[in-house]
Structures are given as C-alpha cells and as structure tokens.
Design a protein around this ligand. Structure first.
Ligand SMILES: Nc1ncnc2c1ncn2[C@@H]1O[C@H](COP(=O)(O)OP(=O)(O)OP(=O)(O)O)[C@@H](O)[C@H]1O
Ligand SMILES: [Mg+2]
Length: 240
C-alpha cells in the first residue's frame, strides 16, 4: 500500500510541479497513473521511491515513511524507472546477481526466478552479454526481471510498456495481474489508455501537478455522464 499525503514539489522557486496531491494505492489493486507529458508523473514516482527530495507532505509505503524511515521503506518496493540505461558495463547476469545479493535472495531462488523470467521475456541468450549491447526493450526487460527477483510488496513502474514487443508486453500485463491478485500493490504510469482501460482497477489523472480524477473507469463514466472510451474521457478531463 502506498499513501501520498499533501505532496508538494518545486524544481524552481514559485513553480509547483506537484501541487498538494493526495493518493492512496491499495493492496491488491493495479493503479494507473495517467497524465499529459510534463504533468508530474515521473516526479511523483521519484519522490515515492526516495530518488527526489520532498518539499512538503509525506509518502508512506506499507506504513513506513520514505522521509523518516527510508531504509525500511525502500525494501518494500521495486521500481522500474522510465529509463533502463543503467550499469551498462555489467553483463545482464552480473546485474541480476548484484540485485539478488543486495536483497539477500538465496542461490536456489535466484536461479529459479532468473531462468523463469528470462525465458518468458526471451532474453536468456543475452544474459552473458554486456548491457551496453542490449536494445532498449532488452534493457527494459532486464530491469523488470531485476525487480521481480525480490518479489516486492509494492511494484512501481514508470511507463513500463515503452519499447516492449507485443509478447513481452502481454507477459508483463499478466505478471501485473498476478501480483495484484496476490494482494500486492501495482502502481504504474502510462500513456497507453487502452491498456489502462483494460488493466487497471482504478486510475488517477494528473495535470499541471494537480490530481484531476481518481477512481474506476466506471466511476469516470458516471461522473462525466458519458459512455465513452477512457481515451475520450481523458481528453475531456485534461482539456485546457
Ligand atoms: N530535473 C528537472 N529540473 C527542472 N524541471 C524538471 C525536472 N524534471 C522535470 N521537470 C519539470 O517538472 C514537470 C513534471 O515533469 P515530469 O517528468 O514529472 O512529467 P511526466 O508526467 O513524467 O511527463 P512524461 O509523460 O513526459 O514522462 C515538467 O514541467 C518538467 O519540465
Ligand atoms: Mg515521465
């Protein structure tokens, strides 16, 4: 569970890019974070995960504050960032073993999980190559596998489908559903509204650092008294 309370952030003085937002992402749900380019999705995700300092407000991950108890809070989520270009000088398998070491995953468990996920994502033959030589999609898959190794209670993904081929995207969505079904929390940002419409239990729409809507797609249709696609409702909600 992720609780965002009165969160505010400015990069420059007098320009709030996140303006007093509140969100609760519950256990067992897939929550889609939607909004135009520059709306504040990545900035919010960076604050949830302790990458970026919070100006005011607080974020609790399973009840632990990312400000006051960052070490404990950080053990309770896995992040797939928007840019997978990391540790380029390592081989894929070295990166995965490095993460498994950090999270204290046993030899048996890590081997079992690496074999399973690498096979499903079809990158098992690339694991002995340097990440530098990977395509964008392959890097994305490796980062996803790295997060899945420690089976976190909260799974946070920033535009995870970008660059994934249809089969991998299908498999990722399947994994997200399984996660939520097991009582875990899945929070992801996306621009692919067809995916959000089908996959999410609830969505939140952010624009100019403010939350404009939170609820189910059904709630949204009722509120706007229209039986439209999520894409059409999104256009309406974010209209300037
Ligand atoms: N490092 C930074 N320094 C200054 N301003 C920034 C920085 N990073 C983001 N911003 C600004 O903060 C706002 C929110 O950006 P953010 O990256 O959170 O948007 P986003 O919703 O993730 O957009 P996208 O859909 O394009 O990924 C934008 O106005 C952006 O210009
Ligand atoms: Mg972003």
């Amino acid at each position: 569970m992720i609780e965002i309370n009165n969160l505010t952030k400015s990069y420059k003085k007098d320009k709030k890019v996140i303006d007093n937002i509140n969100l609760e992402i519950r256990n067992g749900e897939i929550f889609g974070f939607l909004g135009p380019n520059g709306a504040g999705k990545t900035t919010t995700i960076k604050m949830i995960t302790g990458i970026l300092e919070i100006d005011s407000g607080d974020i609790l991950i399973d009840g632990r504050s990312i400000i006051r108890e960052p070490t404990i809070a950080k053990k309770q989520f896995g992040l797939v960032p928007d840019n997978p270009d990391i540790f380029l000088n390592l081989k894929g398998i070295e990166y995965l073993n490095f993460l498994a070491d950090i999270y204290g995953i046993s030899k048996e468990k890590r081997i079992e999980r690496i074999i399973k996920f690498a096979k499903e994502f079809e990158i098992e033959n690339a694991l002995n190559d340097k990440i530098q030589s990977y395509s964008h999609g392959m890097r994305q898959k490796l980062v996803i596998i790295g997060v899945l190794l420690h089976n976190p209670q909260n799974w946070i993904l920033d535009e995870p489908m970008t660059g994934l081929d249809p089969k991998s995207s299908f498999y990722l969505k399947k994994l997200m559903k399984e996660y939520a079904k097991n009582g875990k929390t899945v929070f992801f940002s996306t621009h692919i509204l067809e995916v959000a419409e089908k996959l999410c239990d609830r969505v939140g729409i952010i624009d100019d650092g403010k939350i404009l809507f939170v609820g189910t797609y059904e709630d949204m249709k009722k509120e706007f008294k229209r039986n439209s696609s999520l894409e059409e409702l999104f256009m309406e909600i974010t209209k300037k």
